[in-house]
Design a binder for this molecule. Structure first.
Ligand SMILES: N[C@@H](CCC(=O)N[C@@H](CS)C(=O)NCC(=O)O)C(=O)O
Length: 229
């Protein structure tokens, strides 16, 4: 039965979505690869309406239709219990969910506040007005974001203290080996790196910089390849 991933489209066809990257890495962690990737524009809600979702990613796995990156991770963990675990048990799943919630509610919006100006240029032409219309009420005018961002960088980097310390203490956020918690946080940083390569969200001597590189190298350098593309 086919495995089909619905992921956000972009002007140059590269996968940019932070939530899409969580799922791409979670699939690879389970030793799975989608048979097909369907690219969905922000303004193509009809393509994912069958999943009762207005957001990507959506995964179709045979008869299962799963929307939302956390729910997809849970589906993969439960449907493929004999493959490497994404969570490492029920208590760890709850902690990974905390990381997932933090990454979705705090980290990804904070990153968006830095890179939405570039994202608006890399989004599909049909999506650019939509992105502005939906994001500017929340984040402010994109031109202002670009002007103010260097002044916001130190506070952002300081806010990553708990993530930085955990990665230094454990090697990975998940522990001695990488897991879904790493992918949930990594998605936001990788998004920034893909979209705004010249804007250094992380300093080169930050342990999180090295951690991001380590995630890039996982699963045959899957995320790293997207940087070169
Ligand atoms: N909670 C969702 C969030 C997914 C999400 O926000 N996806 C973005 C693409 S990165 C989206 O589809 N946005 C649609 C829109 O803003 O209309 C998940 O974890 O999958």
């Amino acid at each position: 039965l086919a495995l089909v991933l619905y992921d956000l489209d972009s002007a140059d066809g590269r996968p940019l979505s932070p939530f899409g990257w969580r799922v791409r890495l979670a699939l690879a962690h389970k030793g799975l690869a989608p048979d097909e990737v369907v690219r969905v524009k922000f303004t193509e809600k009809d393509k994912i309406a069958f999943a009762q979702s207005t957001t990507t990613p959506v995964l179709v796995d045979g008869d299962a239709v799963v929307a939302d990156s956390w729910r997809i991770a849970c589906h993969l963990e439960d449907a493929y219990p004999d493959r490497p675990s994404l969570f490492g048990g029920d208590a760890a799943r709850a902690l990974a969910r905390y990381v997932n919630n933090w990454a979705g509610l705090e980290l990804t919006p904070a990153v968006a506040g830095f890179i939405l100006p570039e994202m608006a240029e890399l989004a599909c032409v049909e999506d650019r007005d939509y992105l502005r219309r939906t994001r500017e009420p929340r984040f402010g005018p994109f031109e202002k974001l670009a002007e103010s961002r260097s002044g916001r960088l130190d506070a952002f980097r300081a806010s990553l203290g708990p993530l930085r310390l955990s990665v230094r203490q454990n090697g990975w956020l998940h522990g001695a080996l990488p897991g879904f918690a790493d992918y949930a946080a990594f998605g936001a940083f990788h998004w920034a790196r893909l979209v705004a390569p010249s804007f250094d969200l992380l300093a080169a001597d930050d342990p999180l910089y090295a951690w991001r590189d380590k995630v890039c190298d996982l699963h045959d350098g899957m995320a790293r390849r997207s940087l070169a593309a």
